[in-house]
Write a protein that binds this ligand. Structure first.
Ligand SMILES: *Cc1c(COP(=O)(O)O)cnc(C)c1O
Length: 414
């Protein structure tokens, strides 16, 4: 560190220099300093406000991906910013030998909005994959007896549950798993949404069933409420634990706080939208009986439940409730799907609230992502044909309209 430290106590020379570098220079420096697991970044982004972000060359983009269903309140939201800032100035971190009012308040709030029965509890983590690791460890305790062990976990075809080894073992895509063998190999994938297949698969050898109410990474594939209800009944009858992974679908994304509501699982995992951009994950354990699966010493985390992250979660829930965002998300999402369905070249539209996808009638989704970016829109391809949209929940129809207006020409130009 230079001896000419600034008032803030750090040498900002390097930061200042980077802030004024061009995209091309930043791209090179990214490639030589960041591990190449994400490929080449599409742009270098330097600023965000509301539903817009700006790149290092000053170009503006409408953010229709929201950091993959994360930026619930958009960018630079004043309340989220001030709550995080003041929590950091008041009490930024304590170890889990201690607690904070903020942590307790968010746990209580999550239990309230999830209609959790008495005795339900929350565990905080820092990401979706960690919330699922906690869930996997919890469900592993549902081990049956030596005579009748519960050795299997059921997940759904096309499932995505995360990238750490445990969560990865549940993730369907062979390409993600195979290079990292050996993984826990007790997972059986069954066709998503097929009640008969679920009924056939779930017996006394199964410890848990993991389900995303909407399979986001798989291209926004919806499971019906009937299927979720059946899963609840089937797992209960077989003594298997039901885990809903609402990492992508939770926190208002689909127009209700949780896509699976009113069905209540044994365990629900959350992350992405919960902190509005500040990293936080959570596992909600429903019902007193299920809270006994993990006892002192069974699991832990240094950062999980950090007061700043919990303050962010409280701010997000506060805004969702006080600005009637759930109704807004329902209305805006319905309008968006209707508009998309009328665009030439769009073969199918599906989604709930503001988690939506449309399919192209040709395998040109990645090309559309690039063309849209050049035209000032951030969208995402989940496969060769499918585009996913998961904008901030505060986005307006007027903002979405600009994309709908541009889309026919973008598709025609592919
Ligand atoms: C994104 C996602 C995860 C993983 O969350 P990370 O925060 O990236 O670890 C897990 N499950 C679902 C359904 C997701 O969408």
């Amino acid at each position: 560190m230079s001896e000419h430290a600034t008032d803030a106590g750090i040498d900002t020379t390097q930061l200042t220099e980077l802030a004024h570098a061009s995209s091309a220079v930043l791209g090179q420096r990214y490639a030589s300093s960041l591990l190449g697991v994400f490929g080449t970044p599409q742009r270098v982004l330097v600023r965000g406000a509301g539903c817009h972000v700006w790149d290092a060359d000053g170009n503006q983009y409408l953010d229709l991906l929201g950091g993959i269903a994360v930026n619930t309140l958009g960018h630079g939201h004043p309340l989220l910013t001030s709550v995080i800032t003041s929590q950091l100035a008041t009490l930024g971190h304590v170890s889990n030998f201690f607690t904070s009012p903020t942590q307790i308040a968010l746990a209580e709030k999550l239990l309230e909005i999830s209609n959790a029965p008495a005795g339900s509890k929350v565990f905080f983590a820092n990401s979706g994959t960690e919330a699922n690791e906690a869930a996997l460890k919890l469900t592993r305790r549902n081990a049956g007896t030596p005579q009748a062990p519960r050795t299997k976990v059921i997940a759904l075809e096309h499932a995505f549950h995360g990238r750490t080894l445990g969560a990865l073992s549940l993730t369907y895509k062979e390409k993600y798993r195979a290079p990292f063998a050996p993984l826990p190999d007790n997972v059986v994938w069954i066709p998503a949404g097929d009640e008969a297949a679920l009924r056939a698969a779930v017996d006394e050898t199964v410890s848990a069933v993991f389900i995303e109410p909407i399979q986001g990474e798989a291209g926004v594939r919806l499971l019906s409420q009937d299927y979720l209800r059946a899963a609840r009944e089937i797992t209960r009858d077989a003594g298997a634990l039901l885990v809903f992974d609402e990492v992508q679908t939770g926190m208002g994304r689909t127009g209700s706080f949780f896509a699976s509501a009113p069905v209540i699982p044994d365990v629900m995992t959350l992350a992405k939208g919960l902190g509005g951009g500040f990293p936080i994950g959570a596992m909600i354990v429903f019902g007193e009986e299920n809270t006994t699966w993990l006892t002192p010493g069974d699991h832990g985390t240094t950062f999980g439940g950090n007061p700043v992250a919990c303050a962010a979660g409280l701010a997000v829930i506060h805004v969702i409730e006080n600005q009637q965002l759930l109704t807004h998300v329902q209305d805006t999402g319905a309008w968006l799907r209707e508009q998309l369905a009328g665009v030439p070249g769009v073969a199918a539209v599906r989604g709930a609230g503001l988690l939506n996808a449309f399919e192209l009638d040709s395998a040109s989704a990645p090309a559309l992502v690039a063309a849209a970016l050049d035209a000032g829109f951030i969208i995402n391809a989940t496969d060769e044909r499918t585009i996913r949209l998961a904008p901030p929940l505060v986005i307006t129809t007027a903002q979405l309209e600009t994309f709908i207006a541009a889309l026919p020409q973008l598709i025609a130009g592919l």
